[in-house]
Design a protein around this ligand. Structure first.
Ligand code: NAI
Length: 485
């Protein structure tokens, strides 16, 4: 802690560079900036304490400062060990009016290249808002999550506290799960009711991504969800924009910064043709690559075929692939056996949320495999077969690990949904009994509206007769809830 702003970031002297980047990002984030104009004077988030776990990038800095501008108290960690932009983290801590010697911003616990132990230490820090006058700990009222790690920590903590202890890791558990168990064991020793108390103070969570949303629906289905959740991912102005157009930008950005390989003419295999897969395939085709797609869902497979891609099984093409991209949100989509059959120096890249899409654990324990660091987040793996593969970001989100994630404009749409979702839970909690919700369509349309002017787009206005003819209010919402866009 210095200057009263608890933090752990790489280097506060990076703040000036971060501040310049944030200033430019603000220009590209009209949705967030207009929320500041609309709501800032009324401070609707006053009294909210938000624990944020989301890639600590320049765009996230604009999100954090928007939440603060609306009155919230905020603490932040990244949701991935490689995704932090250290200059953005420094600028958020230093704040607009502070200096590296005397920071005056927001607590952040994030740096690029955390170990898993450091990552889970940082995630814990976002739940600690100091103590009240009687010395009792203060926790968050809201979580803003990406991938569900912060939500997972609370739920696991509550579960083990109720059981009276934390179990040992089972043989099949991942190394990371062992780290989580260790963190919870330590916290139970020092404060046996810590997570139960924290959970009781949490009014809800807003979740950013497909994978985190999936975890929330599972918790709810099993009757274990402890507080209401807003599924931000399934706002149309999130998943149909960020997941698709965002990756269309940041996937090639990551490939270029990591390898600078020419994509044109290469054979690229994309696993998964959901929103992220669609954007990935589009970007690579745009660079002149020959793109092959795999799917398990016949509807998505047919979409890919109609979009002009060859739809095939990974096993049938291993020997021809130059670049392999996973975008499924599923586990073990590429096995160690398959990795060993790839062409020499094939590039292996994941853009799904977790690092288990490609069997990295299997690769790390493969006898005779050797890992050579080309540069941070780019590793050549020499395999016992005699060939090498290039693995980006150790199998974690490479668009954030090797590049800087999605660009500001598309993140503005996502994060405008996030702020509206936080506002809903803070100001209209009675409308949200424990469950998983999407934002109402008029808010989704509002997010889109806020981004049209900046692109010079002029919306056509319905005449009253036209509105009546198609049966919608002239001010919207314009579509039924199940419309697919
Ligand atoms: P989605 O559900 O729209 O698409 C995933 C697709 O993968 C589905 O169509 C599914 O049928 C398919 N699939 C599942 N298992 C498969 C397998 N074994 N082989 C081939 N296809 C398979 O999900 P979305 O929104 O595209 O997200 C995918 C992942 O990307 C998630 O983990 C999400 O959290 C993450 N994500 C990453 C972003 C980034 O910046 N890198 C941005 C947004 C989401």
């Amino acid at each position: 802690t210095s200057g009263g702003v608890p933090h752990r970031v790489r280097d506060l002297t990076l703040a000036e560079s971060g501040r310049h980047q944030i200033r430019l990002a603000e220009h590209e984030m009209p949705g967030l900036m207009s929320l500041r104009d609309e709501f800032g004077p009324h401070q609707p988030l006053a009294g909210a304490r938000i624990a944020g776990s989301l890639h600590m990038t320049v765009q996230t800095a604009v999100l954090i400062e928007t939440l603060v501008a609306l009155g919230a108290e905020v603490r932040w960690a990244s949701c991935n060990i490689f995704s932090t932009q250290d200059e953005a983290a420094a600028a958020v801590v230093v704040g607009r009016t502070g200096t590296p010697e005397s920071p005056a911003g927001t607590p952040v616990f994030a740096w690029k290249g955390e170990t898993l132990e450091e990552y889970w230490w940082a995630t814990q820090q976002i739940f600690d808002f100091g103590t009240d006058d009687s010395g009792a700990p203060i926790g968050p009222t809201l979580i803003l999550d990406d991938g569900g790690d912060a939500t997972l920590l609370v739920h696991k903590g509550v579960q083990f506290e109720a059981a009276g202890g934390v179990p040992e890791a089972a043989p099949g558990d991942s190394h990371e799960y062992g780290v989580i168990l260790g963190v919870l064991r330590d916290s139970m020793q020092s404060d046996p009711q810590r997570w139960t108390r924290i959970a009781a103070g949490i009014q809800g969570v807003t979740e950013e991504t497909t994978t985190g949303v999936h975890r929330l629906y599972e918790l709810h289905r099993d009757g274990k969800l402890l507080f209401p959740a807003i599924n931000v991912n399934d706002s149309v102005t999130k998943s149909k924009f960020d997941n698709k157009y965002g990756i269309r930008h940041s996937l090639p950005d990551g490939l270029n910064r990591a390898t600078d390989v020419l994509m044109g003419g290469k054979t690229v295999f994309v696993c998964g043709y959901g929103d992220v897969g669609k954007g990935s395939a589009d970007a690579l085709r745009g660079q002149g690559a020959r793109v092959i797609v795999s799917e398990i869902d016949p509807i998505n497979a047919l979409q890919a075929a109609m979009d002009g891609y060859q739809v095939a099984r990974l096993d049938d093409h291993l020997g021809e692939i130059d670049i392999l991209v996973t975008a499924t949100g599923n586990e073990n989509v590429v096995t160690v056996e398959q990795l060993q059959k790839l062409k020499n120096l094939a590039i292996v890249a994941n853009v799904g949320h977790f690092d288990n899409e490609i069997d990295m654990a299997g690769l790390e324990s493969l006898p005779g495999a050797e890992r050579i660091e080309i540069k941070p987040q780019v590793h050549e793996w020499r395999l016992p077969t005699g060939t090498s593969i290039l693995v980006l970001s150790e199998g974690r989100l490479m668009n954030l690990g090797n590049a800087t994630g999605h660009p500001s404009f598309v993140m503005s749409a996502s994060f405008t949904n996030q702020v509206l979702a936080q506002l809903e839970l803070h100001t209209r909690l009675d409308q949200y009994p424990t469950g998983v919700y999407v934002l109402p369509k008029f808010l989704d349309e509002k997010v889109a509206r806020l981004h049209l002017d900046a692109l010079g787009a002029r919306l056509t206005t319905l005449t009253p007769r036209q509105a009546q003819y198609i049966g919608v209010p002239s001010e919207g919402p314009y579509k039924v809830d199940h419309y697919r866009y």
